[in-house]
Design a protein around this ligand. Sequence first.
Ligand code: NAG
Ligand code: NAG
Ligand code: NAG
Ligand code: NAG
Ligand code: NAG
Ligand code: NAG
Length: 931
Amino acid sequence: MSLSVRTFHFFVFLHLVCTIDVPLDLPQPPTITNQSVKNYIVDPRDNIIIECEAKGNPYPTFSWTRNGKFYNVAKDPKVSFRRHAGTLVIDIHGGGRPEDYEGEYQCFARNEHGVALSNKILLQVSKSPLWPKEKLDPVVVNEGGSLILQCNPPHGLPPPVIFWMSSSMEPIAQDKRVSQGLNGDLYFSNVLRQDALTDYSCNARSHFTHTIQQKNAYNLKVLTTRGVPERTPTFLLPTGTSSSKLVLRDEDLLLECIASGVPTPDIMWYKKGGELPTLKLKFENFNKTLRIVKVSEEDSGEYFCQASNRMGSIRHTISVRVKAAPYWLDEPKNLILAPGENGRLVCRANGSPKPIIQWLMDGEPIVVPNPNFEVAGDTIIFREVQSGNSAVFQCNASNDHGYLLANAFISILDVPSRTLGPRNQQIRVIEYNRTQLDCPFFGSPIPTLRWFKNGQGSNLDGGNYRVHENGTLEINTVRKEDQGKYTCVATNILGKADNTVRLEVKEPTRIVKGPEDQIAKRGSTVRLDCRVRSDPSLRLTVTWMKDEAQLYIGSRMKKEEDALTIFGVAEKDQGAYTCLAKTELDQDFAKAYLTILETSSSPTSRLTSALRDKPDPPMDLELTDEAERSIRLTWTPGDDNNSPITGFIVQFEEDRHQPGTWHNLASVPGNVNSAVLNLAPYVSYKFRVLALNELGSSTPSPSSERYQTSGAPPEINPSDVRGAGTRKDNMEITWTPLNATQVYGPNLRYNVKWRQRNTGEPWSNVTVWTNRHVVWNTPVYSPYDIRVQAENEYGRAPEPGTIIGYSGEDFPSAPRNVRVYEPNRETVVLEWGPPENPNGNLTGFNLRYQAFNGSRSAKAVTELLSPNQTKYTVHRTDSVSRYRFFLSGRTQVGAGEVVTIESPLKQDEAPPTSGKVWKQRGKMHGGFMHD
Ligand SMILES: *[C@@H]1O[C@H](CO)[C@@H](O)[C@H](O)[C@H]1NC(C)=O
Ligand SMILES: *[C@@H]1O[C@H](CO)[C@@H](O)[C@H](O)[C@H]1NC(C)=O
Ligand SMILES: *[C@@H]1O[C@H](CO)[C@@H](O)[C@H](O)[C@H]1NC(C)=O
Ligand SMILES: *[C@@H]1O[C@H](CO)[C@@H](O)[C@H](O)[C@H]1NC(C)=O
Ligand SMILES: *[C@@H]1O[C@H](CO)[C@@H](O)[C@H](O)[C@H]1NC(C)=O
Ligand SMILES: *[C@@H]1O[C@H](CO)[C@@H](O)[C@H](O)[C@H]1NC(C)=O
């Protein structure tokens, strides 16, 4: 054999080998078919499953190493192999501790022809973070100053998702001024007074359990000043003027700059000496974060961010270096050789730093020199191989950032050509489609494959045909004349094999005349066409759908080959009709709308009524006659869609309290197109208009430009003022805060005043920015005078009215003057008076009583009595029993001190004495009498 022929053969061979599998009936070394990921984080609540599956002939046996040492699965009853695989199942539900199984696992699949290795699987158990307990002092900051609230999330695996909420679980709105950094901390470019209205709690959501851990909340105290001075930007993150960043190829590069300043600085990003790669670029977090997805080496370089406001600008330079974990240039592929052939395994990977290539054979270091092959760096060269030299080679390409492990076997076989797919297949395809005729084959040496049509002519390749390395013949656009019998022939020196495929080319299914939109009178007959052409050898079904659901063909309908007829149509027949024509290979559909008219009126007026709709939205909004407390809004109405416009609704939106929410402001008759709108002070208004007709409301018009009214002192005080205790020593004063059209000016606050009623004590007062204030150390259930007055930067609302509130309640003292008497032989009567200290709004009395006779007692009876009841009568069941009563008053806090009293002894039983009374919960107190 001459050198040039050898080289050519070799080249073709390398090309073919990559897509050919060795059929499993032939002896072959193991191939790993499924394994767990390299960094495997498991849920501690589940059984742990470490995957390792392989094929081979003979079927492989499996073993594992853990942390580099043989792992004796048989020694631990909690660990078992999954049936017919190497997959390990670790029983955690049965009591195993998941942490005991962390480590680096590697699976070995072995048969007499070689050993294949899985990746090194680093198993770690997910950990949910727990915040250390800490006490956070209020954070005091000057208005306009910068602020960083630290999150310091506990280390979780995988890292938890961080987000900020108030302690009442309202999300913290993020914007250019306030946002969360990549490290989880919350950054304020400058602090506003209203930042103190909420508190700030960092939350961590763990990956598997989805549980949320909440850190204690920070309370902000903002020291206000008259006028906040403007300041030039400074960076909160990163610090200094330059920093550097290392990123791995194919990962996302995230650069972050957060600046403080007044007004809030804008962030812009640039790359030195070049353009930012716009296609892979995202600005996130209000431009504070620059993301470049899937970086490659050319993304390294100097980036800088610039923070600027009208006082000045600063920049920070970040030099980015891109390194790479190893990635494949040439992954080694299984090598199938006939005895005496030559071949090579190539393992080429790139990376930064350049990866080191290490070869293993059946999982063991290679001993050189070896008579059967030669190792030359990334290539292993086999010359004149002999049967019996099968093995699995592992190539490990590694650098500081990772590794790649590939298994490739060499199998020395003497196998005549064979074809593997089903024989004499029949493929049906629609004309003009692309199709693939498969012909999987095998042999060693690897056979050459040729396709012929109708058993004649030359090898098919090129033009409309293409033969893939796996034997598949692809026909790009199938035409009628491509129908026929195709034969593939695989040839090697040991023999020849063939297979045939019959290709049938079918005509496409087409609706040649479909239904048309129709308007029909009620009671008339309607015909919807659907004439279909399809290949006569394919079974065609034509079905009808109405409004996207299968149509039920009732007695009023008739379905023919090329049409659907509906007799005596009614309103309910109105709708969209779809004809669907379908064969086993393809389908076509056509759709039309049927409108039904009532017969009584003329078709034309009904026609328009059928076309009636809600109006189109008004447009061209214009603001004129701008005054301090009013403005004129003018608009152009849209089409009325055949139903006269009956009115317009003017809505407004304001951007301080509920941006994005629209409120009704005025309604206007349908024949006018402008309105003078009354406006409240200190609202930044934006208007829009909706048109109404009989069928409903239009969509909103585009909105007008904004109009800001000037401020004024508030005119009203908050409503719903209440004072009520939540504990026995407090009173919570609450109210409904003013809304956007009532605040009238900036820095709205409430002056709360209170004093204990009728004691002559002076008013106490406090100013708050929220809608509640709690007064502490109050006496139990005492009335208070309360006033709440609104105030803004322009002044105060009129003096508010006084409302009466009560401090918190306590348990009542015992009912007074409790006595029992027996007015006759049938009844026992209990009488009492209200407690001396009700300690609250008495809600009633709890009464329990029980008949007894010597040491025997009947079942106790419980009654809940109303607060104004003072007497209770028991009807005796027998004449001898005595009765024991337990009575207590009750407030909403609960039942108070209990008085226990017994009915008197019968005269003849014992010395005459009164009923006995004693009390529980607190001191005895007089008042009990018996006569
Ligand atoms: C974000 O930055 C880009 C380029 O640096 C700039 O074009 C864009 O206007 C910025 N957007 C905002 C909201 O600041
Ligand atoms: C053969 O390879 C071609 C091209 O890669 C592919 O489209 C086709 O599905 C393959 N055929 C089989 C049977 O795997
Ligand atoms: C033929 O091609 C059309 C469009 O390319 C496709 O929707 C249809 O499924 C194909 N039919 C067959 C039988 O391959
Ligand atoms: C504010 O409250 C008043 C009275 O309840 C109401 O008429 C007005 O529409 C409200 N304004 C807003 C913006 O909600
Ligand atoms: C609030 O109380 C202080 C004394 O504590 C008093 O000087 C002040 O005038 C009071 N303010 C009002 C509005 O009553
Ligand atoms: C006392 O309670 C009654 C209902 O039990 C209620 O109607 C009344 O308003 C309450 N009075 C006070 C001052 O809380």
